[in-house]
Design a protein around this ligand. Structure first.
Ligand code: DQA
Length: 158
């Protein structure tokens, strides 16, 4: 592992600020603030320095992705329904050029057919779906593994 903690940006997209009001069977009962505190706790235990971003505005999400490189080593993103159609977010993720993990609270593969489409999946090294808030702990673990793997590959490459 590198000397400094890994910096991981956790990005929440459209309507995720409404957690706590949305269907608890799909999304759980935590508010976004509570979810972020849980992620922060889990991340720090794993030696990760998390940062958080939420917006309901697609352009703001895109601009945050543009600004990420140099500030984060990886990104964990739940773009909400943008996942399924927002090509601008896909392009911005490609521009960010960071290791990325896609995450959803609900199991998008077992819901309406339109939710089975992800325009970002192939830019992400992993997708976690349907594990509720606990999925974020697994996301942090998988991100750390991926960053360690990339560090080792870089060291081997000189
Ligand atoms: C979601 C799944 C999306 O299909 C939905 O539009 C959301 C949340 C999830 O976390 O399960 O807003 O990304």
């Amino acid at each position: 592992m590198s000397a400094a903690p890994y910096r991981v940006e956790v990005m929440h997209g459209v309507n995720l600020d409404q957690l706590g009001r949305r269907d608890p069977l799909l999304y759980g009962t935590l508010t976004l603030g509570e979810l972020e505190r849980q992620i922060e706790h889990d991340a720090r235990e794993l030696g990760i320095e998390p940062s958080f971003f939420h917006t309901n505005h697609e352009g703001a999400f895109v601009e945050r992705l543009h600004a990420l490189s140099g500030h984060a080593d990886a990104v964990v993103l739940n773009p909400g329904s943008w996942t399924h159609y927002a090509w601008s977010i896909r392009d911005a993720l490609e521009i960010a050029a960071l290791p990325a993990l896609e995450i959803h609270l609900s199991d998008v593969q077992r819901r309406e057919p339109w939710r089975r489409v992800s325009v970002i999946a192939d830019l992400c090294f992993a997708t976690i779906s349907g594990r509720g808030p606990d999925g974020y702990r697994d996301a942090m673990l998988q991100v750390r593994e991926e960053l360690v793997r990339l560090d080792h590959a870089r060291e081997r490459g000189g």
